[in-house]
Design a protein around this ligand. Structure first.
Ligand code: ADP
Ligand code: MG
Length: 588
């Protein structure tokens, strides 16, 4: 009995009987000489459970994809991304539903066949992978039901007619090889540029002509009209020669301390946000294709209410009125400033070579303290050494650069290597003017200070080597979820359900895709098993990253066959999730 007959014979029976379709079936591709295999790896137990996991495998040769496009990992990632998008479009065109559905009302209901939903970034995914001989497409199917009964005929047409047709539409019949080649070439160029940043001593690159603003606050799509293309200030202009022969020029953001200033609504946050997202390559047409940042750059914000487990925030915070030791700062409810300090230290622990900070989402008392306040509250009565007094040491001692938006305070003029002013979205280098202002201001404050008998010049109250950040060793077992029956899973982009607890990742700004969040959920379970009495958090996370390098993203999943829809998270976001798990305990 073939699959169509089997499904038809199940029509009207209890939903549980769907499990009889588990296994491998032949899938005929109509009007094509080729055929494919359908693996039904996991069958949902009822119509409301997560959809069934199936894979379509077909001969690589049949797709006609030239081998050179799949010869390296970058090529396979980009080609997989391309085919995922093509399949998703074809599925929603045939079945309705999904964002490209012709009917508006259908757009919120997903089509019954899904392959994952890439956004503006190109990420390594489990949706489509290539083996030596095959293209393996990982699909979820919501098996059709009437009440709790099997709709066998509908299932037969879904799996045996519509699915093969979608495969054909997407990958075989009119596969646009030119577009595929362009997609792969762009991605390889982007990775090459990103990899050059370090040796060029740049933190980020924003090309001339880039379009940074988005359509709306809740959309990652480019602004359709009225966008002012980016233009580099002359002083920071640089260019890159890329493997395809392409050359791009624009603004290089150098290592060190860069401050972005400008009037309200002049595009500061938009520029910083683009730099944040630049850790990932973006698809053609996004506007940020040529905005690329060091892959380990981390956006830092205040996050009051988060928990911390034994974080050494003493470079910033000492002598809390509660008497808490800030070298092993542990709390279930951090304040604005202590949360931002913890976020920063954890990012450095996780290997960030650049920090990206926006005044809009910072705790003011963490960032600066003005002269009047310094006079009224002497340093020994103020627990906080503001970031402005530490940012230089962070770079000079630890090699960690900072890109900072600060439109409301000139406090960073003294310590900045570069000051970029945005005027109606157009950047200008104003480093010299800012230095002059800082010098004049300094002189007048010194006179003032002397007459007022002011002690406490900034940055001398603590010895050097503030940033000897050591990686912490979690207590073995503390990473196990409190309730084993409830496994770890993503609930949307920003929440992981972990045992009985929720891990809130809404302040983890560079987590961009729910499939990344799901991958992190699996990563946490693996870390829970792999951490022992000696492993530092950083080493454990790095080992996991190598596991993905060697075994592919599939290696994270506990399920054989179809691994679920996962996208690769950075080690920084994996660490961020561990750090926000309220059950985390550190050996000390
Ligand atoms: P700031 O942080 O300086 O207050 P934002 O970055 O929040 O400003 O930008 C203010 C508004 O301007 C936003 O609606 C943003 O989408 C828009 N915007 C930013 N950059 C551009 C640009 N290059 N062209 C057109 N609009 C832009
Ligand atoms: Mg802003």
């Amino acid at each position: 009995m073939d699959l169509a007959q089997l499904l038809t014979s199940l029509d009207g029976r209890g939903y549980g009987d769907y499990k009889r379709i588990r296994g491998t079936h032949a899938l005929l591709l109509p009007g094509s000489s080729g055929h494919a295999a359908l693996d039904v790896d996991r069958v949902q137990v009822d119509p409301f459970a997560p959809p069934s996991l199936t894979r379509v495998r077909l001969d690589r040769v049949q797709t006609g994809i030239p081998d050179d496009l799949l010869a390296d990992r970058a090529g396979r990632i980009a080609a997989g991304d391309f085919l995922t998008r093509a399949f998703a479009r074809a599925a929603s065109a045939r079945l309705g539903g999904g964002s490209s559905s012709p009917r508006r009302a259908d757009r919120d209901t997903p089509p019954p066949i899904l392959i994952g939903t890439p956004g503006q970034q190109v990420l390594e995914r489990t949706s489509v992978v290539f083996t030596d001989a095959e293209v393996d497409m990982r699909i979820t199917v919501a098996l059709p039901a009437a009440g709790r009964r099997i709709k066998g005929r509908r299932a037969a047409s879904l799996l045996c007619e519509e699915l093969p047709q979608i495969v054909l539409d997407a990958l075989v019949a009119p596969l646009d090889l030119d577009a595929l080649r362009a997609h792969v070439t762009l991605y390889r160029d982007q990775l090459d540029l990103r990899a050059q940043l370090k040796s060029r001593r740049l933190v980020s690159f924003v090309a001339d002509g880039a379009l940074l603003p988005r359509r709306s606050g809740d959309s990652d799509l480019p602004l359709t009209d009225g966008g002012v293309p980016f233009r580099s200030p002359d002083v920071l202009k640089t260019s890159f020669d890329l493997p395809s022969g392409r050359r791009v020029s624009g603004m290089g953001v150098p290592e060190g301390i860069t401050v972005i200033i400008g009037g309200g609504y002049h595009g500061k946050s938009t520029l910083l946000r683009a730099i944040e997202r630049g850790v990932y390559p973006h698809i053609s047409g996004d506007g940020r294709e040529w905005v690329l940042s060091r892959p380990d750059a981390v956006a830092i914000r205040a996050e009051d209410g988060r928990s911390t487990a034994s974080v050494d925030i003493s470079p910033f915070i000492n002598d809390l009125p509660s008497g808490a030791d800030t070298r092993t700062f542990t709390t279930t409810n951090a304040s604005g400033s202590t949360s931002q300090a913890a976020n920063l230290i954890e990012a450095v622990e996780a290997g960030a070579s650049a920090l990206l900070i926006d005044e809009d989402t910072s705790a003011t008392n963490f960032m600066i303290r003005d002269d009047r306040m310094r006079r009224l509250i002497p340093a020994h009565r103020e627990p906080i050494t503001p970031f402005v007094d530490r940012v230089r040491a962070l770079h000079d001692e630890r090699g960690v650069s900072t890109v900072l938006v600060a439109g409301g305070s000139g406090a960073f003029f003294d310590v900045a290597d570069h000051v970029i002013a945005l005027d109606a979205y157009v950047p200008d280098d104003v480093t010299e003017q800012a230095r002059t202002i800082a010098r004049e201001n300094d002189a007048s404050v010194r006179e003032d200070g002397a007459s007022a008998g002011c002690e406490d010049p900034p940055d001398q109250s603590h010895p050097r080597l503030h940033f000897a950040v050591a990686s912490r060793v979690p207590e073995a077992g503390s990473l196990r979820p409190a309730d084993k029956r409830k496994f770890a899973r993503a609930r949307g982009r920003a929440t992981i359900q972990y045992g009985r607890d929720d891990i809130d990742l809404s302040a983890v700004l560079q987590l961009v895709d729910t499939a990344q969040t799901q991958a992190i959920a699996h990563a946490l379970e693996r870390l829970a098993d792999s951490i022992d009495a000696q492993t530092t958090l950083t080493d454990a996370v790095a080992a996991l990253d190598r596991l993905i390098d060697d075994g592919g993203l599939d290696a994270l999943s506990p399920h054989p066959g179809h691994p679920g829809h996962l996208a690769r998270p950075r080690p920084q976001e994996v660490a961020a999730a561990v750090n926000r798990y309220r059950g985390l305990r550190i050996r000390g």
